[in-house]
Design a protein around this ligand. Structure first.
Ligand code: ADP
Length: 166
């Protein structure tokens, strides 16, 4: 088991400044970070896994400490496959807690070696979620303060292509 490695799993549909804040904090704590992009089909994702990974790659550049991989199936299987048993999750508010607590205990039940580490973002980002950002963009709102330019420009272009979107 490699203790200096961690997995940050999520949908990242799409990535925003809250995720990036957690990624930055994680790279201060761990020498290697795997960002695992979950298909999350049940959430009806807006972008494909490939598009979400491409936006992360474009944003994070070529950092040797960060690997971006697709996550299919169970996180515990992914953790075993990579020999990494530390999982990072972001906690924005109390509202995140119940779901995260349940997930952490279920994951530990499935794989006792798995530990979940919670990081809180800078307070400016505690209100931010991919869902609310997509909602703002859908109605033509400016999301350039919420996400990297490759994401906000892409969301704006999609709005132009679907002017009837509401
Ligand atoms: P999920 O994994 O539930 O589909 P996301 O992909 O949106 O959700 O987020 C992945 C992880 O990043 C989760 O741990 C989530 O709590 C965290 N996260 C999302 N938004 C923020 C934010 N604004 N600040 C800090 N952490 C966040």
């Amino acid at each position: 088991m490699n203790k200096s490695r961690a997995i940050y799993p999520g949908s990242f549909d799409p990535v925003h400044f809250g995720h990036l804040d957690v990624i930055k904090r994680s790279t201060h704590l761990f020498s290697d970070l795997i960002i695992a992009v979950a298909a999350s089909k049940s959430k009806g994702p807006f972008f494909s896994v490939e598009e979400r990974m491409a936006m992360l790659r474009e944003t994070l550049g070529d950092d040797p400490a960060i690997t971006i991989l697709p996550l299919e199936g169970l996180l515990v299987d992914f953790a075993r496959e990579h020999g990494v048993f530390t999982v990072i999750r972001g906690l924005r508010a109390v509202s995140d807690f119940e779901f995260e607590f349940q997930m952490a205990l279920m994951n530990r039940k499935l794989e006792p070696r798995l530990e979940t580490v919670y990081l809180t973002p800078k307070e400016d980002y505690t209100y931010l979620s991919s869902r609310i950002m997509k909602e703002v963009a859908r109605f033509g709102g400016d999301v350039s303060q919420l996400a990297p330019s490759c994401v906000s420009e892409r969301l704006a272009r999609m709005r132009v292509r679907n002017p009837g979107a509401e």
